[in-house]
Each structure stands twice: as structure tokens, then as C-alpha cells.
Write a protein that binds this ligand. Structure first.
Ligand code: PBG
Length: 344
């Protein structure tokens, strides 16, 4: 006779007969045992915080679709990054919103050593040397058409874009970036960036490849944040991966690793857990996910309406990415998560 559950026959058999006495609820019954058998954990070491920077002083701009996220001038950004470092966040990723007048067809301002992205790296490196700086070498914030590559007669030209991205990566490394994260999905960019970094003495600057970046509707709020929303002509399907494809994502990651990527990333995050799992299983390399702006917006919006518990949904979404195989996650929630973790 089972004291806890009773020993009732359900039809012909009791539950103990049905389960042969294997009851999975035994280990779920108390907090101590749930903690003891927990398989995945989220720690502050898993967090990379993407931030948006703008020219000027003591100014921050709201991003309507990303409540709690701001474009910040460097003085404010540096203060926020200092705060993030104090919370234990290991790294940040910077994205610029470039003035309209500086954007052109080729994104030439990315090659200005004094553009806001490079200035941000120098300022952050000087003020907060202990935090890792990850920069995106894509052209989209710098082009007047919002694409990640150079647009010529309606075509995103691959090789010319790659040459410019590699050159930009060297400038970013020279400005203090510790990791170059090319997000443009041009063919050959990882090898080209590696060669350019090495040729210029930046052998110790790492590459985090946005290896599997999918053509996705979840980037909408980011495009508002970097000011490409109204500019983008057409879509990015000729260079991002079709979100129906997973074998293709494997080939893309394999290629990037062969070209010299130190880390790979899956983007977006939560709708792509299968990709994270396949990549981690197959390659066993440092694997990251980007919980993108649209994922952030959905959790924030539902939380603000009282439709879900924001903090719990935030923690669950990130823990699930860990369970799928992520070594870390880029998330706009990073400081909020760090605070929740430190209160536990
Ligand atoms: C483009 C880029 C994108 C994001 C970061 N860099 C996507 C895009 O505009 O196509 C998305 C980030 C997010 O949605 O949070 N190089």
C-alpha cells in the first residue's frame, strides 16, 4: 500500500502497477530536490548585453517597440556599461544609429575610424577595461538602403561587401573591440575578416560568427532602433537563411568554423532551439543565441499588459536557450536578468 498516493485500482491496475513504481514526481516534490536534479542553469556569465549608441551628449532616446531600451550618447552608455560590469555581465555588443546624412549606398562611413561605433569602443575600453566588447561588422546601420551589404543595381554584391567588412573589422579591432561579430551573412566573410585581422596584428581578436542568421520578422524593433526601418528596400532573403531550413544552417556553421570562427551564434533565439541543439551536438564549439528585439518586445508587451509574468517569462526563455545547448545569450534583458539573479 502506497501511503502517499493511496493504492487505488484504475480499471484493472493500480498506478504502481502501471508505472512499475517509477514515479517521476518523487524528485519534483520539494524545492531542495528540484534544485538538486536541475540540469541547466542560467548565470550572469551567460549574458551579453546589446546596446545602441548615438552621437551627442547626455541624451537618450526611447525605442517605442523596446520598452526599457534606449539609444544612448557615449557618456550615458559608458555609465551603463560600468553598471553592467558591476553586475558581472561579461560582455556587451554595440550597435550604432548613424545620422541620415552619413549613410550612403556603400555604407562608407563604416570605414571612418572615428565613427560612433569605434568611438564607443575606445570610450568603453578606457573606462571599463574589464568588460568584453563585441562589435558587428555589418553595413546596415551605415547604408542608405538598410541592407547589410553594398547594393548595386538591385543586387547585394558579395565580394565587394566582404572586402569592406574585413577592412571595417580591422578598424574596429584597432578601436578596442575584443570580438568581431559579422552579422551580414555574405559568403566568405569569416575567412576574410580572419585574414585581415591577422595581417594587421590582431591575432588575439576573436570572431563570433552570426553563423546561422535567419530571414526573420523578429528583427522589426531593432530596425527602428538603428533607424533602418523606413529605409530598407525589399527584404534580406537573398543573404539570410530561409527560416524553413536547418540542414542549410548546419552547412553555414560548418563553413564559418572552417574559415576560422571561434564562436557561432544562432539568431533569432527561442523559435530556433532546434538549430541551437543541432549545432551544439554536431560541432561542440562555443555556441550562442541572440534573443532578438522582437522576442524582447513580445515578452515586454505581454508583461506590461499583465498577460504573462514578465520576469518569469524572461528567465524561462533564457534558461530554455541554455537547455538547448547555448553557452551564452545576447539579450536586451541582460541587466534585468543580472538583478534577478543577484536577488536569489
Ligand atoms: C543586421 C542586424 C540585425 C540585428 C542585429 N544586426 C538584423 C537585421 O536588421 O536584419 C537584429 C537584432 C535584433 O533584432 O535584436 N546586421
Amino acid at each position: 500500500m502506497n501511503r502517499m498516493f493511496g493504492d487505488r485500482k484504475i480499471g484493472a491496475r493500480s498506478v504502481d502497477e502501471i508505472t512499475a513504481s517509477r514515479r517521476l514526481r518523487r524528485l519534483r516534490k520539494a524545492d531542495w530536490s528540484r534544485r538538486m536534479v536541475r540540469e541547466s542553469r542560467l548565470s550572469v556569465d551567460d549574458l551579453i548585453w546589446p546596446i545602441f549608441v548615438i552621437e551627442g551628449e547626455n541624451r537618450r532616446e526611447e525605442i517605442a517597440a523596446m520598452p526599457g531600451v534606449y539609444r544612448m550618447t557615449l557618456d550615458l552608455a559608458v555609465a551603463q556599461v560600468e553598471e553592467a560590469a558591476k553586475l558581472g555581465i561579461p560582455a556587451i555588443a554595440t550597435f550604432p544609429n548613424i545620422e541620415r546624412g552619413l549613410r550612403d549606398q556603400t555604407g562608407s562611413h563604416i570605414l571612418d575610424a572615428d565613427n560612433i561605433l569605434n568611438k564607443a569602443s575606445r570610450a568603453i575600453k578606457q573606462a571599463v577595461p574589464e568588460i568584453g566588447i563585441i562589435t558587428d561588422a555589418a553595413l546596415d546601420p551605415f547604408t542608405d538602403h538598410g541592407h547589410d551589404g553594398i547594393l548595386r543595381e538591385g543586387v547585394i554584391v558579395n565580394d565587394e561587401s566582404v572586402a569592406q567588412i574585413a577592412e571595417a573589422a580591422v578598424l574596429q579591432a584597432a578601436s578596442g573591440a575584443d570580438v568581431i561579430a559579422p552579422s551580414d551573412m555574405m559568403d566568405g566573410r569569416i575567412g576574410a575578416v580572419r585574414d585581415a585581422l591577422d595581417a594587421n596584428g590582431f591575432q588575439d581578436v576573436a570572431i563570433m560568427s552570426y553563423a546561422t542568421k535567419f530571414a526573420s520578422s523578429f528583427y522589426g524593433p531593432y530596425r527602428e532602433a538603428v533607424g533602418t526601418a523606413g529605409l530598407l528596400q525589399g527584404d534580406k532573403q537573398t543573404y539570410y537563411i530561409d527560416h524553413a531550413n536547418s540542414d542549410e544552417a548546419m552547412r553555414e556553421a560548418e563553413q564559418d568554423l572552417a574559415e576560422g570562427a571561434d564562436m557561432i551564434m544562432v539568431k533569432p533565439g527561442l523559435p530556433y532551439l532546434d538549430i541551437v541543439h543541432r549545432l551544439k551536438d554536431a560541432f561542440a564549439v562555443p555556441t550562442f543565441a541572440y534573443q532578438v528585439s522582437g522576442e524582447y518586445a513580445m515578452i515586454k508587451a505581454a508583461g506590461a499588459n499583465g498577460w504573462i509574468d514578465e520576469d518569469r517569462a524572461m528567465m524561462e526563455s533564457l534558461l530554455c536557450l541554455k537547455r538547448a545547448g547555448c553557452d551564452g545569450i545576447l539579450t536586451y534583458f541582460a541587466p534585468q536578468v543580472a538583478r534577478v539573479l543577484s536577488e536569489r
